[in-house]
Write a protein that binds this ligand. Structure first.
Ligand SMILES: C[S@@+](CC[C@H](N)C(=O)[O-])C[C@H]1O[C@@H](n2cnc3c(N)ncnc32)[C@H](O)[C@@H]1O
Length: 212
């Protein structure tokens, strides 16, 4: 069967990422994002951690407009080239900056996807929760961090694991958000302020994944 242009662009970015060892979201995470975007009619997405724009393209291909922040100059320039030549260029807004200090002009996002420095999950969450719609979702990737055993890793990795544990604790006692940690990809946390979504979301994801 002939491939569509859509498949070709996203696949090209994925192939480039794999060949150059640039970390990108796992296929299962791409599917979960797609399900959530379609189920909740997500129009505006903010992403922290563009890398070379693979996940931004996945998000844009589901129909959302995405603002995505990257601080690494080389990755940002590769993303720029991909977006320039992409059929989704009008849906992807690249921002070259450190997300911790960037002053974002856009607001009222339906979904915020955090896929950047694992040591900074709490500051990212704290800062960007104010950019979310009241019914919006906050999603954080790599919550399991490859299930590494803290007793079998070197000190810097152990420190990182501690920070991820702190983030999980932070979520579990957060006064405004309820969160679920789901075992898709390398672990995703999904947080919301809207209680109805909290109840229904996991079963929607499960039943849709089973149909695929
Ligand atoms: C796992 S990669 C993102 C992968 C991308 N979401 C994808 O699936 O195609 C994480 C990226 O976050 C970027 N990053 C880390 N901390 C950041 C920060 N404070 N501000 C902006 N980007 C950051 C890194 O440079 C890296 O390219």
């Amino acid at each position: 069967m002939k491939k569509t242009t859509k498949t070709t662009t996203i696949q090209k970015i994925k192939d480039h990422a794999i060949a150059n060892q640039i970390p990108i979201i796992q296929d299962e995470v791409a599917k979960v994002l797609k399900i959530l975007i379609e189920t909740y009619d997500v129009k505006k997405v903010l992403e922290i951690g563009t890398a070379t724009s693979y996940s931004a393209h996945v998000i844009a291909s589901c129909g959302s407009e995405v603002w995505t922040i990257e601080r690494n100059a080389l990755r940002y320039s590769i993303a720029e080239d991909f977006v320039k030549n992409s059929e989704y260029h009008h849906k992807i807004h690249l921002i070259f900056d450190d997300a911790l200090t960037h002053i974002l002009k856009e607001n009222h996002f339906d979904l915020i996807f955090i896929d950047a420095a694992k040591s900074q999950y709490i500051p990212f969450f704290d800062k960007y929760q104010h950019y979310l719609n009241p019914k919006g979702l906050m999603i954080v990737d790599n919550i399991f961090f490859h299930h590494l055993d803290p007793l079998k890793v070197k000190r810097p990795t152990r420190q990182l694991l501690k920070k991820i544990e702190k983030f999980k604790l932070f979520l579990s006692v957060h006064p405004n958000f309820q969160s679920q940690i789901l075992s898709y990809g390398d672990g995703l946390s999904i947080s919301y302020q809207d209680h109805e979504r909290y109840i229904e979301m996991h079963s929607i994801i499960e039943s849709t994944l089973q149909k695929w």
